[in-house]
Design a protein around this ligand. Structure first.
Ligand code: SF4
Length: 373
């Protein structure tokens, strides 16, 4: 598949849990960054055939003005062309969109919108450092629908400090009542070098107990299924036909190109990462300097294992015959007794054809995957 990711590393404010490559208070750099990103697009490698998925993510892409976003999409279209059925996604946060902006984005060719709501409870949003409140979140989703975004995804988070099963149920129910075709529900994880990490270390943040998180996870699957959204990945649910094609390509360990500060490309078995700092990125593009700060050529066995680990995130799992066709390696030879061990512990189902995580395996997905890399 021809898949392109564009990274917009700016946000209005940095959330307390966020370890993404995003920066607040960098507004004066926005036009320069847009120009640099357009240059990277127009001078990028050629592709055979048009783009099938484009994903503009961040950060919060919609902190750029809509003229800049339209110009970026135009640069992609001019360089590569879009498949007639291309999925063109953009991420947004409620505080950075309104009906007019959304209508322009839809008119420019974005046809999938992912809105970061996280919670509908103002106290929880405040705790995690979000800019918006619950009312703004609902309004943004409704206006996105009015602006013509049929393929709309809502991002939520559970396992928040102080969150109860009841408040998660209310957020989820409220979000599903807005009728999204797609839902991403992520468990909050505490990442290093974030304010939340420091607070946890110092005992200043009360995280929900493990059994409460498990209950929230069950609520997620139950309410989503009831709303007609089928789980297709550990944290993702969709109406049939509305699964995110761009992300499916990642989970299938397919090739993709990534442009922008900190963006990663994976082409021809080589993964390369661009400089993360947006100012350094602009300077490197403007001066024709070195953009790539990390380059890794994956060995066949490393790529094989990555494909297994990523594919296990999907409810459809991994087809052993596909693995064998792609790599010419035998599953049992690669994993030996460790595979049997995971099956015996009830974490993986393996019927000789497919490999999938069990329900318990999904709960302990990180540990399972650590044993398979
Ligand atoms: S809006 Fe998203 S990318 Fe921006 S700081 Fe918050 S979590 Fe990070």
């Amino acid at each position: 598949m021809n898949c392109l990711y564009l990274h917009i590393p700016f946000c209005r404010k940095k959330c307390s849990y966020c370890s993404f490559n995003s920066y607040a208070d960098f507004d004066s750099l926005h036009p320069r960054y847009r120009r640099a990103l357009s240059t990277e697009i127009s001078t990028g490698p050629e592709l055979e055939g048009p783009l099938e998925t484009i994903f503009v993510g961040g950060g919060t892409p919609t902190v750029l003005n809509f003229e800049d976003l339209a110009a970026l999409l135009g640069a992609c279209r001019e360089k590569y062309g879009f498949d007639a059925d291309a999925e063109v996604s953009i991420e947004a946060n409620p505080e950075s969109v309104d009906y007019q902006i959304l209508s322009v984005l839809r008119g420019e060719g974005f046809n999938r919108l992912s809105i970061g709501i996280q919670s509908l409870h103002d106290n929880e949003l405040n705790t995690v450092g979000r800019v918006h409140d619950g009312a703004m979140a609902k309004k943004a989703v409704i206006e996105a629908g009015r602006a013509g975004f049929k393929n709309l995804s809502i991002d939520l988070m559970y396992g928040l400090p102080g969150q109860s099963a009841k408040s998660w149920h209310e957020t989820l129910q409220g979000a599903l009542e807005l009728g999204p075709r797609h839902l991403s529900a992520y468990q909050l994880s505490i990442e290093e070098d974030t304010p939340f990490h420091r607070m946890v270390e110092e005992g200043d943040l009360l995280m929900p107990a493990e059994d409460l998180v498990v209950e929230m996870d069950k609520i997620t699957r139950k309410l989503s299924a009831h709303a007609g959204l089928q789980q297709y990945e550990i944290s993702n649910f969709a109406q049939p036909g509305y699964e995110c094609r761009h992300n499916l390509n990642y989970w299938r360990n397919g090739e993709y190109m990534g442009y922008g500060a900190g963006a990663v490309s994976f082409v021809g078995g080589v993964r390369d990462k661009r400089v993360a700092d947006p100012l350094d990125y602009c300077q490197a593009v403007e001066q024709g300097g070195e953009l790539i700060v990390e380059k890794e050529a994956l060995s066949t066995i490393d790529s094989y294992k990555e494909t297994v680990v990523m594919g296990l995130r999907l409810n459809s799992g991994i087809s052993e015959s596909r693995l064998e066709r792609r790599y010419g390696l035998d599953l049992r030879e690669v994993y030996g007794a460790s595979l049997d061990d995971l099956v015996d512990r009830g974490l993986i189902l393996y019927d000789g054809v497919h490999l999938v995580l069990t329900e318990t395996g999904r709960r302990f997905a990180n540990q399972v995957m650590a044993e398979l890399v």
